[in-house]
Design a protein around this ligand. Structure first.
Ligand SMILES: Cc1cc2nc3c(=O)[nH]c(=O)nc-3n(C[C@H](O)[C@H](O)[C@H](O)COP(=O)(O)O)c2cc1C
Length: 138
């Protein structure tokens, strides 16, 4: 029943394919490193934070918290990006082609008052991604 509710309220299925480019390393300082992919400004998918599974080369799919948006906390008019934070693995993905399958919307993008507030939210996002993906898999 929970799964059905989730499906109605938050389930999305979209796949983004892209080559990882260099970020500005702030994610690592925040404790949430990301692999960044370009996305067209008008790509038909909403900005937000998503639960996702990510594949590259021969690897099995890995869970990830994915942010799509312009990072309004850091930039007044930032470039739209896909940022992939892998949950259970550390990997240098620069130059790799990632296949990012968005599974569920966690929340919209927001502007936080400072980086500490953003860091606290990112910890909550990771917990939410684990809960959502557990429920979908159940
Ligand atoms: C799961 C997740 C959620 C995020 N949510 C937001 C958000 O709501 N607002 C925002 O300004 N940035 C958000 N970000 C982007 C961070 O601002 C960004 O990852 C951080 O500043 C590091 O950027 P860098 O990797 O380009 O250095 C999110 C990133 C992740 C991984």
């Amino acid at each position: 029943m929970t799964t059905l509710l989730l499906r109605r309220r938050t389930l999305v299925t979209a796949e983004i394919l892209g080559v990882v480019e260099h970020g500005d390393e702030r994610g690592r300082l925040l404790g949430f490193p990301t692999a960044n992919l370009p996305i067209e400004p008008d790509a038909p998918i909403d900005d937000g934070v998503y639960a996702a599974s990510v594949r590259w080369r021969h690897h099995v799919p890995h869970l990830a918290a994915v942010s799509i948006g312009t990072r309004p906390t850091v930039y007044a008019a930032g470039r739209r990006l896909v940022e992939v934070h892998l949950l259970d693995v550390t990997a240098d993905l620069y130059g790799e082609t990632l296949r990012v399958r968005l599974e569920a919307l966690v929340r919209p993008q927001r502007r936080f008052p400072d980086l500490d507030a953003l860091r606290g939210q990112l910890a909550d996002d990771v917990a939410a991604v684990r809960r959502l993906l557990d429920t979908i898999a159940a």
